[in-house]
Design a protein around this ligand. Structure first.
Ligand code: HOZ
Length: 433
């Protein structure tokens, strides 16, 4: 049972104050700085299962899960054991290792679109590499992305981006040359007519369409019925590629990702987070004829010293082995639905306009009547209320993503008692908002 005693955060505050002189904003990645929810971030000491402990000794039920990788629960004993054995063999090879084959086969078996895969070190790297490949394969420069979708921080994607960009209200970043984003066209999510218009206005010029098949970077937004099917048809009609960014949804929405769940097979897919089991990893893959263009098989250059790192491969392999066991996705679905339905019920009982939902181990809650179909709808959420909710939940021992524009994540380690305690906390907090 996580304690709900008043938070003592003096050590967190001292460490974060010192950090602000050492690192921009005191952090290594923006959203975790709590800028949009106010207050200082808590500084973690250790994590285990569904829980986090901060440096002041406070314990929290965690719904961030290190932004996605911790789907089996933090520091899963089997993952730690596999890593301990792998460590004995060294931390980095910079040369082929059999573990890459093992994880590649697991990914190819699981994800319908992937016939061949390249491992990289982050989701950002996967997306920037896939974009080069899209352009090389089609001989076209323009791409279509969706408002509020986030595909990492490469220049070409910093247009109407979600996640930290939306959280901090930075629609365009200084330092990105106009020429770099001139070929990035945007459409509202779930708006097939807008995509059709862009394809027709730019005949023979669009390399492809990239999207989060279920959005997690402007809050949790699901594709309307027919949207993914429509994108598949439109891209085929215009000889453009369809790319699913499954960095968040891969092995989370289903073992085979959103593409398995919805039965739509893109040409290319990007992955990250879960396939590294908590170590830095990313991957992109897809049709063999397209992937064969990557160097050294083909002329499209992309490389990395730590790519295919044996520790990351080991943690990824063990994580996928655990996820593949019978009943895991049923358990994730049921845990998350109980949480999501419960949060909505509590919001209604306490008189708040709210909407949201869940699929498998991913969920979201907006403080607006909704429905939320796209980023514009998401922006109608009461951000001030979300901030107070976030702080209240923290004080009740529940750690939520410190931004309205991030999805929530559950894990196999979350118990019925954790969910019950979270809903009791939400009832207490929402009654005060
Ligand atoms: N971009 C990630 C969230 N979608 C990570 C955020 C962070 O660590 O600050």
């Amino acid at each position: 049972m996580v304690s709900t005693a008043p938070l003592k955060t003096s050590k967190s505050e001292a460490i974060f104050t010192a950090a602000q002189d050492l690192m921009p904003g005191g952090v290594s990645s923006p959203v975790r700085a709590f800028k949009s929810v106010g207050g200082q971030p808590i500084v973690f000491d250790h994590v285990k299962g569904a829980y986090i402990w901060d440096v002041d000794g406070n314990q929290y039920i965690d719904y961030v899960g290190t932004w996605g990788p911790a789907i089996c629960g933090h520091a899963h004993p089997e993952v730690l054991q596999a890593l301990a054995a792998a460590l004995e063999k060294g931390t980095s090879f910079g040369a082929p290792c059999q573990l890459e084959n093992v994880l590649a086969e697991m990914v190819i078996d699981a994800v319908p679109s992937i016939e061949m895969v390249r491992f990289v070190n982050s989701g950002t790297e996967a997306c920037m590499s896939v974009l080069r490949l899209m352009r090389a394969f089609t001989g076209r420069d323009k791409i279509i992305k969706f408002e509020g979708c986030y595909h990492g921080h490469a220049d070409m994607f910093l247009v109407q981006a979600g996640s930290g960009v939306a959280t901090l209200g930075l629609p365009d970043s200084p330092g990105v040359p106009k020429a770099t984003t001139a070929t990035t066209l945007t459409a509202p999510y779930n708006d097939l007519a807008a995509v059709k218009a862009l394809l027709e206005e730019n005949p023979g010029e669009i390399a492809g369409v990239i999207l989060e098949p279920v959005v997690g970077n402007s809050g949790f937004i699901t594709p309307d019925p027919g949207f993914l099917e429509g994108l598949r048809e439109l891209t085929q009609q215009h000889d453009a590629l369809l790319v699913f960014d499954e960095v968040m949804t891969g092995f989370r929405i289903a073992y085979g990702g959103a593409q398995a769940k919805f039965g739509i097979t893109p040409d290319l897919t990007t992955l990250g987070k879960i396939i590294g089991g908590g170590l830095p990893v990313g991957a992109y893959g897809g049709r063999k004829d397209i992937m064969s263009m990557i160097a050294p098989a083909g002329p499209v250059y992309q490389a990395g010293t730590l790519s295919g790192n044996p520790l990351a491969m080991t943690a990824g392999i063990k994580t996928l082995e655990i996820l593949k066991r019978p009943g895991t996705y049923e358990q994730l679905e049921s845990t998350t639905k109980t949480l999501s339905d419960g949060l909505l019920a509590v919001a209604r009982e306490t008189g708040h306009a709210a909407c949201g939902g869940s699929i498998s181990a991913m969920f979201g809650l907006f403080f607006t009547e909704g429905p939320v179909h796209n980023f514009e709808d998401a922006k109608q959420s009461d951000l001030n209320k979300f901030s107070r909710f976030h702080r209240g939940m923290l004080e009740q021992g529940v750690y939520l993503a410190p931004s309205q524009y991030e999805a929530g994540f559950t894990s196999l380690a979350h118990t019925a008692a954790d969910i019950e305690q979270t809903l009791a906390a939400a009832r207490t907090v929402m009654a005060t908002l």
